[in-house]
Design a protein around this ligand. Structure first.
Ligand code: FNR
Length: 359
């Protein structure tokens, strides 16, 4: 456990690569096919520019915000990511502790290395969401929804963009198999929840998901259901029609449909279609305070990222995770000051320009 001295989030990747075993690192870092969408995700933030505002008569930007009435100290949150035991022996428990220390929102994955209850306990009362991968086995779905509710989870994120795994070449090259159990799955698995046992679980993951499934989950739980993996206005409207209380714009960090657009490029049209009826969470490719700002100014209410947190976890445990959020919050504060935006709401109404710098 250690605080990290961070220059910027992209630089964490090379450091983490030195300490995470090859198979695990490839699984975390990789995208699908030739990683085109993965690369475009971060580049796309160049497609919009922040308008500087110097004569703004302001100081001390305020990062606090809220979602579903839950107060947060920062609009930057942890995306749900699987198997954090690959990065650190304490896995998601350490991530939850780190997020709690900075007042950021933690999202747990179905495929976590630590159980819903243990991760919630490590957060020590800090707000957490739980991400559900729908199974064909509805007992499994209902059981996890019940456990989440019991553990004090505040909302469900239903991920719908992984009806089949993306074609991830790093995992093929490394012959990657999860070396650690997935705590939420062990009781449903014939095996021990790792290695081959996990194949059974994947085999029972739903291959087709419709609005009716979203509705069935929203009807079952009294927690808000946020649908994750939305990349078009049409899907956003389908999700809302089916009872979603939130839309999560994401292309899974370029790990699923390669050849799809950068997530940032589709955010404005989705935000227009949603038209403030439900909150929007955004992720994929976010690495800078300026990226967070641009996403908020394009219609997002919260902005998540995945890989940089996992690298912080690998390098410094809970303290490393906290360092990652302190760093991006610092970059965001500087951006807010220079753009003359005192609050997160001010960012949401800040103008962006769309000059092309291709020549
Ligand atoms: C993910 N992601 C993901 N999403 C989800 O809904 N459930 C999951 O279990 C996982 N697992 C997972 C593992 C790893 C190692 C990564 C990198 C990602 C996707 C995640 O929620 C998020 O959409 C992306 O991580 C965002 O992209 P960046 O910030 O990593 O570029």
């Amino acid at each position: 456990e250690q605080d990290l001295d961070i220059l910027n989030l992209p630089s964490l990747e090379a450091e983490a690569k030195k300490i995470i075993p090859t198979g695990g690192f490839g699984y975390i870092e990789g995208g699908s096919e030739d990683n085109w969408t993965l690369a475009e995700n971060t580049k796309a933030f160049e497609h919009a520019q922040i308008v500087p505002k110097a004569l703004s008569d302001m100081e001390d930007p305020d990062l606090s915000t809220s979602i579903f009435g839950i107060d947060l100290k920062t609009p930057v949150m942890m995306a749900p990511t699987a198997a954090q035991g690959l990065a650190h022996s304490r896995g998601e428990a350490a991530t939850a502790e780190g997020l709690a220390a900075v007042g950021g929102l933690m999202a747990q994955s179905t495929y976590s290395s630590t159980s819903i209850a243990d991760t919630a306990a490590a957060g020590n009362g800090a707000p957490q969401f739980f991400q559900l991968y729908m199974s064909k086995d509805w007992d499994f779905n209902y059981s996890l929804l019940d456990e989440a509710k019991k553990a004090g989870i505040k909302a469900i994120i239903l991920t719908v963009d992984a009806t089949v795994d993306g074609y991830r070449e790093a995992d093929i090259i490394n012959n990657f198999q999860f070396p650690i159990p997935m705590a939420n799955l062990t009781k449903f698995s014939e095996g021990d929840g790792k290695g081959k046992g996990i194949a059974e679980i994947y085999a029972s993951a739903a291959q087709k998901i419709s609005g009716a499934d979203v509705k069935r989950i929203a009807d079952y739980t009294d927690l808000p259901v946020i649908v994750k993996g939305i990349e078009s206005p049409e899907d956003a409207l389908r999700a809302i029609d089916a009872g979603a209380s939130g839309v999560y714009v994401s292309n899974h960090g370029g790990r699923q449909l390669n050849g799809g657009p950068a997530s940032f490029d589709v955010l404005p049209s989705i935000a227009r279609a949603v038209n403030h009826r439900v909150p929007i969470i955004f992720d994929s490719g976010v690495r800078r305070g300026s990226h967070v700002f641009k996403a908020l100014a394009s219609g997002a209410d919260l902005v998540a990222f995945g890989r940089p947190t996992i690298y912080g976890l690998a390098l410094g445990g809970a303290k490393g995770v906290a360092s990652v959020y302190k760093h991006i919050n610092h970059e965001l504060e500087i951006t807010m000051q220079l753009a003359g935006t005192k609050t997160v709401d001010d960012i949401k109404s800040a103008p962006l320009t769309h000059f092309s710098y291709n020549d």
